[in-house]
Design a protein around this ligand. Structure first.
Ligand code: CMP
Length: 132
């Protein structure tokens, strides 16, 4: 099935200069960029995007970090692209991510893990910004 997924290069990925490398990987895999923009995430959008993590011990730090400096958000389209993009990112914790994955290559720790990608079609529908 042709799907769309929401992918976001997080503040650490933008600041450390990995946007181009990350986009290149998705393009090389044949995924189509159907939306792309740099934005500063507001407190409100952050709480909405990460609503499912509310109440967890890392929630406040996560919101503080994701709103700390600009992110690069994109919508990718392609066959089974939700799971494909997730696979390319690797496990949430860069220390546990498979060799060669985005998080294993560029990530520092579970908080500063460079990138976010929708984990399901329902998440993608919720996460794709209305402005896309
Ligand atoms: P992401 O895929 O964007 O979705 C939720 C984020 O919460 C996750 O990536 C991590 O960056 C962050 N996260 C998850 N677990 C922890 C944790 N134990 N400590 C800090 N951050 C976490």
């Amino acid at each position: 099935t042709v799907e769309r997924t929401f992918v976001m290069v997080k503040p650490d990925g933008v600041q450390r200069g990995f946007v181009g490398d990350i986009i290149k990987r998705f393009e090389q895999k044949g995924l189509k960029i159907v939306g792309l923009k740099m934005l500063q995430i507001s407190q409100e959008l952050a709480s909405k995007h990460y609503g499912e993590h509310q109440g967890k011990p890392f929630f406040e730090g996560l919101i503080k970090y994701i709103t700390s400096s600009p992110v690069v958000a994109m919508v990718l389209e392609g066959k089974d692209c939700i799971s494909l993009a997730r696979g390319m990112m690797g496990a949430t914790d860069p220390k546990k991510a498979a060799p060669g994955t985005i998080r294993e290559t560029f990530g520092i720790d579970i908080g500063r893990n460079v990138i976010h990608g929708s984990d399901s079609a329902a998440s993608a529908a919720r996460e794709i910004l209305p402005s896309f």
